[in-house]
Design a protein around this ligand. Structure first.
Ligand SMILES: [Zn+2]
Length: 436
């Protein structure tokens, strides 16, 4: 039975508990958030259960629930027989069908969008091939704004009000200002993403934030991945670059200035290949997709290195050869796996995660690298049995970052339910489709 001080109230991506003395309105807002999060994290339950589990008194819970119902965030879904006698208790659940949270992503060769309602039901999803380097930041952000406009129109047509937008970018992000400080693989420096998109979307009232793609993917794994709810989790994504997101004790680790998780630039070989960041021998130069392609095929091998191919096509060729048992390809994948485990052992020594989730291309080639990665990890990590760490493959595919973006946008409502307006009492509910 969960106790009032159990973990799920501390959410990755959410702001810290207020430290200053709280006035009445602040206390009310925090308690609304407490009850809403309780239903979000632990599922449907009665008012009495919420009171018992949160430590709030029953009258307070009833008043808070009434307000959350007015704001369309909670609904009653029937009764349960609690015991042998007495009135059956009404069960409450998170509603939120009237709210849309949007995750956007700009990456080296695609743009993506995914919107959910507050309960996580997907309302919109799209991924477009896009050459972000050749088009440059301004054109890329205009294209992203057009995709956002289409997503938001679809959300609105389903009866939901946009509650927030998060943009995922593969690089260092100044989250407070919504600026990409440096994105080596996009070749972007100091791009004011939030300002640009706010203007393009007509200065909306809902929050629009920018965050690192791997951080958001880690959040998605924590929320909806195969190991959802694992409080100590490291997410690694392999693309051209290698990114990471670290969840420690149920919170996304951000660091002093928000730049933590740049595991791809751990300098593992000072005399190694040149990296997009300007340094040498970063982990991503050893295990990123470019390293795999270099190991798997000579530069003259056009089926892998041909000029007009996109990364998907190159990877598909490598996978085809692996499936056919090609010795050089299998050796290349085994080498990548070993180097992946080598770097992962540093993360295990630092964070002692329960699970390392591999995303991006690592997940695609997972069955060819997992054994070597796990063996190297166990050999290198200082703790017995790698501190109980498992290595597993992400099931979220390319949607991990936008999924996490939508989850972070929804966080704003969970942290402060009063940003959603109360409905007029006589007003019928918007036509939320589906449900359940
Ligand atoms: Zn680097």
């Amino acid at each position: 039975m969960p106790s009032p001080d159990r973990r799920p109230h501390r959410q990755p991506g959410s702001s810290r508990w207020p430290a200053q003395p709280a006035d009445q309105a602040t206390v009310r807002r925090n308690n609304l958030s407490l009850v809403l999060r309780h239903l979000h994290d632990l599922g449907p339950r009665s008012r009495a259960s919420i009171a018992a589990e949160t430590g709030l008194n029953k009258a307070t819970v009833s008043s808070l629930v009434a307000e959350l119902v007015e704001r369309g965030l909670v609904r009653e879904v029937g009764a349960e027989r609690a015991g042998s006698v007495g009135r059956p208790a009404l069960i409450l659940e998170l509603d939120g069908a009237g709210l849309g949270a949007l995750g956007l992503e700009v990456n080296v060769d695609y743009l993506a969008a995914l919107a959910t309602d507050l309960a996580g039901r997907v309302l919109y999803e799209r991924r477009l091939p896009y050459d972000a380097i050749r088009n440059g930041p301004a054109a890329a952000l205009d294209a992203l704004a057009r995709l956002a406009g289409e997503a938001l129109a679809t959300v609105t047509a389903q009866g939901a009000v946009p509650a927030g937008v998060t943009v995922a970018v593969p690089g260092l992000v100044d989250v407070a200002r919504g600026v990409v400080t440096f994105a080596p693989n996009l070749r972007w420096h100091g791009v004011w993403i939030a300002d640009h998109l706010r203007a393009a979307l007509g200065h909306p009232a809902y929050p629009l934030t920018v965050d690192n793609d791997a951080n958001l993917s880690a959040l998605a794994e924590y929320r909806v991945g195969s190991d959802a709810g694992t409080a100590d989790l490291v997410y690694l994504t392999g693309e051209v670059g290698v990114g990471g997101g670290v969840i420690v004790d149920g919170r996304l680790l951000r660091g002093a200035e928000g730049f933590s998780g740049e595991v791809g630039h751990m300098p593992l070989d000072p005399r190694g290949p040149e990296c997009g960041c300007g340094s040498r021998g970063c982990w991503e130069t050893l295990v990123g997709m470019t390293a795999l392609l270099r190991l798997a095929a000579d530069p003259t091998d056009r089926a892998v290195h041909g000029a007009g191919l996109d990364p998907e096509e190159r990877l598909a060729e490598v996978l085809r050869r692996a499936e056919a048992g090609d010795a050089r390809t299998l050796q290349a994948l085994d080498t990548i796996g070993g180097l992946l485990g080598f770097g992962a052992s540093i993360l295990v020594n630092l964070f002692n995660p329960r699970v390392i989730v591999l995303g991006g291309y690592f997940a695609r080639v997972g069955r060819y690298i997992l054994d070597a990665a796990t063996a190297e990890l166990h050999q290198r990590a200082i703790a017995p049995n790698a501190g109980g760490c498992r290595v597993c493959l992400s099931t979220l595919g390319f949607s991990a970052a936008v999924r996490g973006g939508a989850a972070l946008a929804a966080e704003a409502v969970l942290s402060d339910p009063t940003i959603v307006p109360r409905r007029a009492p006589a007003e019928p509910r918007p036509a939320a489709t589906g449900g359940g």
